[in-house]
Design a binder for this molecule. Structure first.
Ligand code: Q46
Ligand code: ZN
Length: 319
């Protein structure tokens, strides 16, 4: 962090009014209005620079009720895009109840359309799946989320699904992938995942240039009421450790996270993986994209059904 002289009140770099936020990684400071403008411009730059979507395309925004996804929905609306929210009620106790309440209130207050999927009603509440299969919660949750993003996008005619992943999420994910040298995941880590299958929506991350701190400031300044509590399953997740390590590096060397992620996208990724992505085929059960004959989600449902009946699953779940 850069030191501020005692009694020195930072000024907005744009308009010279008193600043309310300092961004050390950009060596700058902004007042409220100029920060909101900066935030919008960063999102617009991400959308245009990565050709995420056009103004004509309807965008399905995955909204959890947390600050990032609600900030994303808010800024896309302000920028004039055609958005519909998609909330997945994961079935993780009080956390899911609160997440749904905040998401519904956000949509209602702004008159925005919201689609919902209830994992409990679909027979795979995450708490039940974990209890039955002993799978790590986040692995089951991620599999089910990806399935429903594609299913809802396809059923409702959305060519693109936007998620609220920010720079810190991308940096933590990149660090994890590099530490394991997971070439498959590295190849798929991108601000835009283009459809490689007719039933595969384009996945985009318009907040990838903005840090978690910046989205928190945006949500605060825009008075967005979001779920502050983390998912109880996030505690102890390696992602949090990676974020902590990266934050310590960032504190000593502002701009580290930005360089790490943006240079990976700008230079390293294309050189390492040009044309190397294996296209998925089709799951024989649900008809959605899959890299195996029966997709991970259908295998998960098999496993849950088998455990409920006390028999072995038909499709193996490991790949
Ligand atoms: S919601 Fe699901 Fe996260 Fe909770 S169970 Fe893990 S993946 S931590 S973004
Ligand atoms: Zn399937």
């Amino acid at each position: 962090m850069s030191a501020t002289r005692p009694g020195h009140k930072p000024k907005c770099k744009r308009c010279r009014n008193p600043a309310v936020v300092q961004l050390h990684s950009h060596h700058t400071a902004f007042c409220r209005d100029c920060f909101l403008l900066y935030f919008q411009r960063q999102v617009q730059r991400a959308i245009d620079g990565e050709r995420m979507f056009s103004r004509e395309e309807p965008v399905l925004v995955a909204v959890s009720g947390g600050k990032d996804s609600l900030a994303l929905w808010d800024v896309l609306q302000l920028l004039g895009y055609r958005t519909t929210g998609l909330h997945l009620n994961l079935g993780i106790g009080a956390y899911s109840v609160l997440s749904r309440t905040k998401t519904e209130a956000f949509a209602r207050e702004r008159g925005l359309p919201l689609l919902q999927v209830d994992f409990g009603a679909e027979g795979h509440a995450i708490a039940d799946v974990v209890g039955l299969t002993r799978r790590p919660a986040c692995s089951a949750c991620g599999t089910a989320k990806r399935h429903h993003f594609d299913r809802i996008a396809m059923e409702h005619g959305f060519p693109v699904v936007a998620t609220g992943h920010n720079l810190d999420d991308e940096a933590a994910r990149l660090l994890g992938n590099v530490l394991r040298w997971d070439m498959n995941y590295l190849a798929r880590q991108s601000p835009v995942l283009a459809p490689s299958h007719e039933k595969f929506a384009r996945k985009v991350k318009p907040l990838f240039r903005l840090s978690e701190y910046e989205t928190a400031v945006y949500a605060f300044l825009r008075r967005i009421d979001y779920v502050i509590e983390e998912c109880p399953n996030a505690a102890g997740a390696s992602q949090l450790l990676y974020k902590d390590v990266l934050q310590r590096l960032e504190a000593e060397m502002p701009g580290t996270k930005q360089n790490f992620v943006l240079e990976f996208y700008r230079r390293a990724r294309s050189q390492l993986f040009a044309g190397n992505l294996e296209a998925p085929t089709t799951c024989s059960r649900c008809g959605l994209p899959s890299h195996r004959p029966v997709c991970r989600f259908c295998s998960l449902l098999d496993e849950v059904a088998a455990k409920r009946q006390g028999v072995r699953p038909l499709a193996q779940t490991s790949s």
